[in-house]
Design a protein around this ligand. Sequence first.
Ligand SMILES: *Cc1c(COP(=O)(O)O)cnc(C)c1O
Length: 468
Amino acid sequence: MNKNMLYRSIPKVDVLLENESIREMIELYSRDAVMEAIHMELDRLRGFIAGCEEEEKAKEQILLLVPHVVQTVEGMHTPNMKKVINGTGTVLHTNLGRAPISRKHMEKAFNIVTGYSNLEYNLEKGKRGERYSHFEELLCKITGAEAAMAVNNNASSVLLILSSLAKGGEVIVSRGELIEIGGKFRIPDVMEQSGASLVEVGTTNKTHYSDYEDNITEETRALLKVHTSNYRIVGFTESVTIDELVPLAKKMDIPVVEDLGSGVLIDLSKYGLSYEPTVQESIAKGADVVCFSGDKLFGGPQAGIIIGKKKYIDMMKKNQLTRALRIDKFTAATLELVLQEYLSEEKAIENIPVLRMITEPLDEVARRARSLARAIRATGIPAKVDVLSCESQIGGGSLPLERIPSMAVAVNPEDIRVPELEERMRYLPVPIIPRTVNDTIMLDVRTIESDDFKLIAAEMQELFGLEK
Ligand SMILES: *Cc1c(COP(=O)(O)O)cnc(C)c1O
């Protein structure tokens, strides 16, 4: 085999630039990007020929040069971050972006963030305003708090609260509440960053009122309660509630801070879920500062929402750290839109995707599952497609023991193995992330929007190579 001949038959750059598909790419993207792709593909091709022992294969690759350049240019312009279908049934899936934002809210926010906005401009006074002003009143109205603000996420809330109230002093927290919240973030470590020192009291399973009382000193700046979001201690346990801590803190003239984690604003037990203490209750019981995540059960954008007594919130707004932790215009706009839904519980359940998903009645999920199964069967893919019962979970460290009865479309391929199908599904243009149970691909319909059914069926068809 004559490699020199092969190298010589590779089209030159100026010839490639005359090719119609390549010219289209230049038109669509840029000459710079196309030149980069051409050089990459030429290097790759020369490398291939150097290591190739079969002339036919080398010739084939030379013929594929133009399509490869086109693919590379397109790849350079395809965002790596993309929409995926969540078939796992985990509603708050941290790896899949936690709470989805509704299209309706996004469209409203679109108008605000694509141009200029009054983010920090007071239109009535014609001068500088505050970025929290857009949602502070709403948050106070809904939760009963005196003042409110928001930072980047709830880990930031904890950091900012402790830095503002307890830097250089001590904070008392129960050993039963020293949690790791995932991604290796541990409450005690976050606290340490704030400059406050942690005074751990009680034991893992039992903490008494006297444990707090006995450890209050001149140096104590706050009592902290942390919701044990992602785990539960059951059996021989005891913890001190907010109602008990409030009078003690008042007597000692220090604040009680509660990190609620998920931040539930409606009574979920009405919808068949376990009872979770709400944000409003925490405020009503006298907590001085309460914080929670924006993108857990609250169902909004990533944020750390901090509410409570004005005196303390003002200290946080003045803290230099706030500048480093402040939310951007997208978050401020979306927070206000989501909060407005909470003015009516009915609207909140209807219009906030996370709440709609966890409260969707089983017979409705079942009806939708049958509809998705029909759509997939209609493509004629070589697989057995059934509707099966399953259980969804909330995830995101919220209600860890809760299982919500749900319905899934189960796909059992005839000619390929389940792990291979699962992998191919991840490589689709809109990847489908299923749950694999007992060697079956399950698509839990609770976390899938009906609007995506057509897309899923078309993609499954494409995946089995049955394009019409
Ligand atoms: C999830 C959680 C956090 C962290 O919230 P992020 O918004 O993920 O930063 C902090 N505290 C508790 C109790 C949590 O459950």
